[in-house]
Design a protein around this ligand. Structure first.
Ligand SMILES: *[C@@H]1O[C@H](CO)[C@@H](O)[C@H](O)[C@H]1NC(C)=O
Ligand SMILES: *[C@@H]1O[C@H](CO)[C@@H](O)[C@H](O)[C@H]1NC(C)=O
Ligand SMILES: *[C@@H]1O[C@H](CO)[C@@H](O)[C@H](O)[C@H]1NC(C)=O
Ligand SMILES: *[C@@H]1O[C@H](CO)[C@@H](O)[C@H](O)[C@H]1NC(C)=O
Ligand SMILES: *[C@@H]1O[C@H](CO)[C@@H](O)[C@H](O)[C@H]1NC(C)=O
Ligand SMILES: *[C@@H]1O[C@H](CO)[C@@H](O)[C@H](O)[C@H]1NC(C)=O
Ligand SMILES: *[C@@H]1O[C@H](CO)[C@@H](O)[C@H](O)[C@H]1NC(C)=O
Ligand SMILES: *[C@@H]1O[C@H](CO)[C@@H](O)[C@H](O)[C@H]1NC(C)=O
Ligand SMILES: *[C@@H]1O[C@H](CO)[C@@H](O)[C@H](O)[C@H]1NC(C)=O
Ligand SMILES: *[C@@H]1O[C@H](CO)[C@@H](O)[C@H](O)[C@H]1NC(C)=O
Ligand SMILES: *[C@@H]1O[C@H](CO)[C@@H](O)[C@H](O)[C@H]1NC(C)=O
Length: 627
């Protein structure tokens, strides 16, 4: 065991070292380092937009801590559900190779009951990139509970840009002052949806859990805490500035070479697409959801719900003042939605004053439907960059693989089904069975779900269902998302990265394939689908499990706009999927297998004392064992 590994342990490592040592004995995980986390998920009180409310914190933090690991590391997260309702954490974009048991969605896991803890253990196998985690059930993401996941390149694989001076994670997302569930007199978001209503306009946009900087005294009330990103300018430029200031400021700007920072930006909101920009600064797009992109400068980029991007930003400005970092609502009437704008501050260490004046302009394309789509199409894969493995990303030539299954998944505006307002894909609104389908398979239970999800939209009245897509193991699937709603949607697939090969307005037809990008479409885990338009993806079904395909927009998802793809290896082998974890939770028809856990809501220090004792005990046992 190399010493250097120890340095990566978070503070909780000491009592857990024993567990770590024990787990190292399990053969299938051996060799790769472990990172341990101990999370207490609980309500904390915050007032990001000036209105006190309950948000979901992790160890008292909102947003939660960043999981910073390297390709192939094993991640162990002991989650204590200190909320008053069930909880599951999902790892958006982490592929959980052969291991849908750890995916943290209702198709694979029973929710962690209130007061219980459950330990996730998974390997970030063959992945790099910027992702995030969030609570996956009951609309909880609207209340927070999210945080970043960074998977770094292994040392032996070059990153296609110089090491940045700093690495900044930024969560942007729309936000409501109403609590996500009914409490006291607050009309809750969840109840609004249950009652068949729309959520209405959000109250604002948060950046890293904080409200907007007061750039406009009418729009932003006094006393709102805002996010400040502290950066240093380059020192060469400082030197030049100092020497040349008296000559001409133009020369200074041209010679300016600042320090470069990586910004990992995630839209963790409910349903608002956001235009992201940093005043006076170019944003060099370098990575999205686990793929290095062709590097291009953008002055602004649309980030849709559930999407993640990495930009390199060079601090090459003169710091005559601070700069605005802006995330403004997209495809809406700006004058009505101006309140729904997130504003943080980029503060150079040599800044000469506060940011002031108007925000940098958003794209002026209210009547131009093509700007944003062209921008999305411009995001391409850097075929020659290495990623999780030393070989180039483009060595998997997806364009020359024959498609074995085609699914057109069409959404429609929400409709009333059985008296409830629901959202559908292909006319089916998914209703999660009490027993997770993956667990049902393990116990050969029949009748939990059906395997007959239609490959084309159903004709006739929409219905509620628990129908799964029957994916062919090792097949190559083409999925066309057809957005028949009037709102922007993002679709996400667990378990995989897929290739985004095309998008256009209108109805997809077989001829649309002629427009596909067969060379450098980017591999990612979520894609936007414009209203009245389609997006086509290709995915290689090489990961056994049951995988969630969902609307990232929280309201559409909550109302049933999701499906699962079931990928089973017909060969009877235990090599393509890990065995069910020992700590699996049981519910629904398998409830009888569940051993009760004594609820142990954390009560200040007593809980951590327990952890420590049990940790030491394990360590002692281990030492005795070794001796
Ligand atoms: C993540 O950890 C690596 C060391 O493994 C460190 O170099 C890097 O700065 C960390 N990144 C963040 C954002 O903390
Ligand atoms: C709950 O936490 C304890 C203490 O860390 C651990 O021993 C136990 O395995 C956890 N339970 C589950 C189901 O993960
Ligand atoms: C693609 O990656 C290669 C290899 O790391 C790098 O040298 C090159 O600059 C990148 N190209 C673009 C256009 O980003
Ligand atoms: C602040 O916002 C209001 C409402 O949008 C606008 O009328 C006003 O001009 C803005 N004030 C400044 C100083 O930009
Ligand atoms: C340049 O930056 C480094 C650290 O980033 C600092 O130690 C050094 O003093 C700076 N040099 C000048 C001339 O400002
Ligand atoms: C991006 O913009 C920066 C200036 O902000 C410039 O130095 C750099 O060359 C540009 N890169 C590309 C690939 O256009
Ligand atoms: C700094 O840059 C801003 C914007 O480019 C410009 O308006 C201003 O005059 C510059 N100030 C100095 C001191 O060079
Ligand atoms: C935006 O809303 C304002 C105020 O409600 C209205 O006057 C204006 O016509 C709207 N603009 C567009 C492009 O719909
Ligand atoms: C794809 O299908 C075509 C026509 O059916 C066939 O000729 C070709 O060999 C197939 N390619 C691969 C890689 O299987
Ligand atoms: C929805 O589908 C219908 C029938 O195909 C079509 O006429 C209509 O234009 C579509 N609407 C949108 C917004 O895509
Ligand atoms: C996998 O299956 C083989 C033979 O079927 C068996 O010997 C082995 O113990 C199994 N491994 C696990 C981890 O279950």
């Amino acid at each position: 065991m190399k010493m250097e590994r120890r340095r990566s342990f978070p503070a909780v490592a000491l009592p857990l070292l024993a567990v770590w040592a024990l787990v190292m004995v399990v053969p299938c995980f051996a060799g790769d380092p472990y990172a341990y986390f101990d999370w207490d998920v609980s309500f904390i009180t915050a007032a990001p937009l000036g209105v006190k409310q309950q948000v979901i914190g992790i160890n008292g933090q909102f947003p939660g801590p960043v999981v910073n690991v390297t390709t192939n590391w094993n991640v162990v997260v002991n989650v204590l559900n200190d909320l008053d309702e069930p909880l599951l954490i999902t790892w958006n974009g982490i592929q959980q190779r052969k291991n849908s048991w750890q995916d943290g969605v209702l198709g694979t896991n029973c929710p962690i009951p209130s007061g219980w803890n459950w330990t996730y253990q998974f390997q970030v196998k063959d992945q790099i990139g910027s992702f995030f985690y969030f609570p996956s059930t009951g609309f909880q993401r609207a209340a927070g509970g999210y945080g970043g996941v960074i998977v770094n390149n292994r040392d032996v694989i070059a990153v296609p840009f110089d090491k940045p001076h700093g690495d900044i994670t930024l969560f942007v997302g729309d936000w409501y002052n109403k609590d996500y569930k009914a409490r006291s007199l607050n009309p809750a978001l969840r109840k609004a949806l249950d009652d068949g209503k729309d959520l209405g306009m959000p109250d604002g946009v948060l950046m890293n859990g904080k409200g907007p900087y007061r750039y406009n005294k009418t729009l932003v009330p006094d006393g709102i805490d805002y996010e400040t990103i502290h950066v240093h300018p380059g020192n060469t430029s400082l030197l030049f500035c100092w020497q040349l200031r008296s000559i001409t400021s133009l020369t200074v700007l041209e010679l300016g070479a600042g320090k470069t920072y990586r910004f990992r930006v995630h839209n963790v909101g409910i349903s608002t697409s956001l235009n992201f920009r940093i005043q006076n600064h170019n944003m060099l797009l370098v990575e999205t959801e686990g793929s290095y992109t062709v590097q291009q400068n953008y002055t602004n980029l649309d980030i849709h719900v559930g999407q993640s991007y990495s930009f390199l930003v060079t601090m090459d400005q003169n710091a005559s003042s601070d700069y605005y970092i802006v995330a403004s609502a997209r495809f809406v009437n700006e004058s009505r939605w101006s309140r729904v704008t997130g504003v943080a501050i980029l503060h150079y260490s040599n800044s000469k004053g506060k940011a002031s004046g108007p925000l940098p302009d958003p794209p002026n394309d209210f009547y131009d439907k093509s700007f944003s789509m062209n921008q999305a199409r411009s995001i391409r894969w850097n075929l020659s960059a290495g990623a999780a493995r030393p070989n180039p990303q483009g060595s998997f030539r997806y364009g020359s693989i024959n498609v074995s299954q085609v699914y057109v998944l069409k959404n429609k505006p929400p409709a009333v089904i059985d008296g409830k307002r629901r959202a559908t894909l292909n006319g089916i609104s998914y209703s999660p069975p009490e027993t997770p389908p993956r667990l049902a398979d393990e116990y050969k239970l029949k009748g939990v779900y059906t395997l007959d999800f239609p490959s084309r939209p159903l004709k006739g009245a929409p219905k509620i269902g628990r129908s799964l897509i029957d994916g062919t193991y090792r097949g190559f699937m083409e999925i066309i998302f057809q957005n028949n709603d009037t709102k922007m949607q993002t679709y996400h697939m667990d378990g995989y990265a897929f290739f985004v090969v095309g998008m256009d307005y209108g109805e997809w037809t077989e001829e649309s394939r002629g427009t596909y990008n067969k060379g450098d479409g980017v591999a990612r885990c979520s894609t936007q689908v414009f209203p009245g338009a389609w997006t086509a993806i290709l995915v290689s079904l090489d990961n056994v499990g049951i995988w969630n395909v969902r609307a990232q927009n929280l309201d559409s998802w909550y109302l049933g706009q999701e499906v699962y793809v079931r990928v089973v290896n017909p060969e009877n082998t235990n090599k393509t999927e890990l065995p069910i974890p020992d700590n699996a939770l049981y519910c629904g028809r398998l409830q009888k297998y569940q051993n009760e856990q004594t609820p142990h809501h954390k009560t200040a220090s007593s809980a951590s004392a327990t952890y420590r004792t049990s940790g030491l005990l394990l360590l002692m046992l281990l030492l005795v064992g070794i001796a």
